[in-house]
Write a protein that binds this ligand. Structure first.
Ligand code: MIG
Length: 793
């Protein structure tokens, strides 16, 4: 631990807190020494000799001397492989289990057995080696026979020389994870991290492989602590359980569609979530909050939510509100609501051990807290001091926890922030979490912390989501969480935790968020300016500019850092930030449409640029740019005093957002930049809806000789009522363009007129539903139409 960290910890938890972290370290080690299984020298067991082969529903079952394996097609591009022995995973992460039975063709000869369905062929030989091929015989993946060592499974997958690996949840690594070593064991890096720290808060073992043979995705459905060594081979090892994994083959769309079916779809957020959020660990009182809001008003800056960090609680007792600091929470929330601002409150899983505290007493009598193997309740250390922790793997504990949200929700809190749910317990050394031997219910089947640890955050979010849904069934719950696992997106967004306030961490944000998206965690964000330090004006500004294009758009910082409201740095910073805030709010129709698409497809709105053309290897390592949906490419400024940067564009024609200058991809070039903007490109053939003062402007970026479809989604902004999708079909020629507009759904179009703004061409004539219409420069204002013919110079 470095000196800065010690000072941070001292400041945060005080000297008594530090003593407790020492005590907890000893207690944890004592428990683990007493109860952990002694592992004597274990044999490395290969599957051994093949003993039998049988066909089963959708696939085959092979029994070897030391293990057995089931290979099952769940759909024509989804294959489930399960090696035993080992406990099957409890299906917390899985959204669908009733797959229609597939009828693959089975072929066997003396040395191997193949199952063939649709485009894919899986062959396992008599040693347990599995080869996955497409119909042309191209090898997509090849697994060596897995090795069993005690309770552990080891699987080595052969990688092609050019193969790239992306995802594995949240990683402070390069976008391509190869080469590198990673661990999946959700971990709080305690106050600060940057490039190279591993593991972090969300270790989801899902990754995408990209090679000359194509792409595929794997989900290792095993929540035990696991390690991934990516070098010539991909070596995965799991500390327990059966070795179950899912492979999904096909195009990106197909892969993510299938993943969404398997682990569920993200939920549609309420519209306000897409605005700007202001947070700080250090807003302690109602007066602090009102002052921050006043600051936004006085500086004419837009804001949609203010966040309450742990200081709003009474002595850090979860589900309480400190009545001195927030005497009238309900009045505060309704005053802010009148200004269009929501309050979001943070919650930790730790429950203070305190006989005078209702939540603790109730939880104790309902027997919901995690226990040690000797039946005693586990005590750990968190903000309130000695604490106990709900066992979220126990259905009664989830239900009980769910019932606690009432008080916050009835006080008008609109969103919930789940922190410390790796789970974290402060410890002076070693693993800052529960003892491995902690017992968990695992929905009645029993298990230890080695298995339950990574699921803890996921299940806390499930309970929270259900609580909000039950409290207000006509609203869409919104939670964001620090920890999670596969399936987290069904309940919550996430953010990247306690990043350092450095240029390096700003740069790291892009690959981290792209990797999260490729692991199914579609909606993420980052603390603008970094969490742990005090960024200078330029770093804060560049961070702000980048985050304008991320789903969660929030400034947050640690206690003791310099104040960091958007006006804190004075001019020119505030003025530039004001413009980016305006831009973000203008883009909300586009962002909302993307959120709706993501809720259906599971594809994150934030994508690596290689998705534009996976065959272009020049894009495989680009990690300083990203796409927001199909239409917008963002190339943020990631270095100090950088006034030009290198741009990589995928194939196609791209318009610079700021001046409509056109660029043809694939290409690489230097672009001059100023402090006022960052490079933004709009793909030709797209439509960019922008809203301002209750009016909508549809920005049209014509392509040459091409047809495209674009859509915009609308609804009431919350709840589950009427909706509409407006489909715009473009048919572009050299000097003209036809746009047809068809809509689905019952929600009325929310604007009386639309402004059509043409980019990159000189408009000379416009015909709306057969009638010539007046144009002004490149602009046309019209009521809803069916057909629009545009003519260019
Ligand atoms: O141990 O609630 O990542 O955003 O401000 C620190 C205080 C606990 C960690 C979160 C951070 C939050 C802080 N929390």
């Amino acid at each position: 631990m470095d000196v800065r960290k010690i000072i941070y910890v001292l400041r945060a938890i005080g000297i008594n807190g530090i003593v407790r972290t020492l005590q907890y370290g000893f207690a944890r080690d004592r428990v683990d020494n007493k109860y952990s299984k002694r592992v004597s020298a274990v044999k490395r067991l290969y599957p051994g000799e093949l003993q039998s082969e049988n066909s089963i529903k959708g696939g085959i079952l092979l029994k070897y001397e030391h293990s057995s394996v089931e290979l099952i097609f769940l759909s024509p591009n989804l294959i489930q492989i399960s090696w035993e022995p080992g406990k099957p995973p409890f299906p917390y992460s899985i959204a669908k289990s009733d797959w229609e039975t597939q009828q693959p063709l089975i072929k066997s000869d003396t040395s191997s057995h193949s199952i063939i369905l649709g485009d894919f062929n899986v062959t396992i030989d008599n040693t347990g080696d599995i080869c996955f091929q497409d119909f042309k015989g191209k090898i997509l993946r090849r697994d060596n026979p897995p090795i069993r060592e005690g309770d552990q499974w080891n699987l080595s997958t052969i990688l092609a020389p050019e193969e790239h690996i992306y995802g594995l949840g949240e990683r402070a690594s390069s976008l391509n994870l190869r080469p590198g070593n990673y661990c999946s064991w959700n971990t709080d890096p305690a106050g600060s991290y940057t490039h190279g720290n591993d593991p972090l808060y969300i270790g989801t073992p899902i990754y995408l492989s990209l090679s000359n043979a194509g792409s595929y995705l794997v989900y290792y459905d095993n929540s035990f602590r696991s390690y991934f060594q990516i070098g010539d081979n991909f070596k995965a090892s799991f500390d327990g359980g059966m070795l179950r994994y899912y492979l999904i083959f096909g195009s990106f769309e197909k892969i993510f569609e299938q993943l969404a079916e398997l682990v569920g779809r993200p939920c549609m957020p309420p519209r306000w979530v897409l605005g700007y959020h202001q947070s700080r660990w250090g807003y302690r009182t109602e007066a602090d909050i009102r002052e921050v809001v006043k600051g936004f008003e006085e500086h004419n800056l837009l804001v949609s939510a203010i966040h309450l960090d742990i200081d709003y609680m009474d002595g850090f007792r979860v589900f309480t509100i400190n009545s001195n600091r927030f005497p009238e929470m309900k009045k505060l929330t309704s005053d802010l609501e009148d200004k269009g601002i929501k309050l979001v409150a943070s919650l930790n899983p730790a429950v203070k051990r305190d006989r005078k505290y209702e939540v603790f007493n109730q939880g104790s009598s309902k027997d919901v807290f995690c226990k040690l193997p000797n039946g005693k309740i586990l005590s750990g250390v968190s903000w309130p001091g000695w604490s106990v922790f709900p066992d979220f793997t126990k259905p009664e504990a989830r239900k009980w926890w769910q019932d606690q949200y009432q008080s916050l929700l009835s006080a008008g809190i609109s969103g919930i922030w789940h922190d410390m749910n790796e789970p974290a317990s402060f410890a002076a050394w070693g693993d800052k979490t529960f003892p491995i031997s902690t017992s968990h219910s695992m929905d009645g089947r029993g298990g230890d912390h080695l298995e339950a640890h990574n699921l803890y955050g996921l299940l806390m979010n499930q309970a929270g989501y259900e609580a909000i849904h039950e409290y207000a069934p006509n609203k869409r719950p919104w939670i964001f969480s620090r920890a999670g696992w596969a399936g987290l997106h069904r309940y919550a967004w996430n953010w990247t935790g306690d990043v350092e306030s450095t240029w390096e961490s700003l740069k790291q944000t892009i690959p981290t968020i792209l990797g999260l998206g490729l692991s199914g965690h579609a909606f993420s964000g980052v603390d603008i300016g970094g969490f742990s330090g005090s960024p200078g004006a330029e770093l804060y500004l560049r961070w702000f500019q980048m985050a304008t294009f991320l789903p969660l758009f929030r400034t947050h910082s640690a206690i003791g850092t310099k104040s960091r409201e958007p006006w804190a740095y004075g001019e020119p910073t505030t003025g530039i930030i004001r413009n980016f805030l305006k831009l973000r709010y203008k883009l909300i129709p586009y962002l909302y449409t993307l959120a709706w698409e993501t809720a259906h497809t599971g594809i994150s709105p934030i994508r690596p640029i290689f998705v534009e053309n996976p065959e272009d290897k020049g894009l495989w390592d680009v990690e300083d740019e990203f796409l927001l949906g199909n239409a917008v490419l963002i190339a943020p400024i990631l270095h100090e005093k950088e006034y030009k940067r290198r741009i990589t564009l995928p194939r196609g024609n791209w318009y610079s957002f700021w001046d409509d200058q056109q660029y043809i991809g694939p290409s690489q070039f230097e672009l001059p930049v100023t402090l006022e903007t960052i490079p933004l490109f709009i793909k030709s053939g797209s439509l960019l809806p922008m809203e301002k003062s209750g009016k909508i402007c549809i920005n049209v970026y014509p392509d040459i000789d091409n047809t495209n479809s674009n859509r915009i989604y609308f609804d009431d902004g919350d709840g589950y009522g009427a909706w509409r999708v407006d489909n715009f079909h473009f048919n572009a020629k050299q000097n003209s363009m036809d746009i047809s507009w068809v809509h689905e759904g019952e929600f009325p179009f929310p604007y009386p007129f639309v402004t059509i703004q043409i980019h990159g061409k000189q408009l000379i004539n416009a015909i709306v539903d057969g009638n010539p219409r007046r144009i002004q420069g490149n602009t046309l204002i019209t009521p809803i139409f069916k057909n629009l013919n545009l003519y260019f110079e």
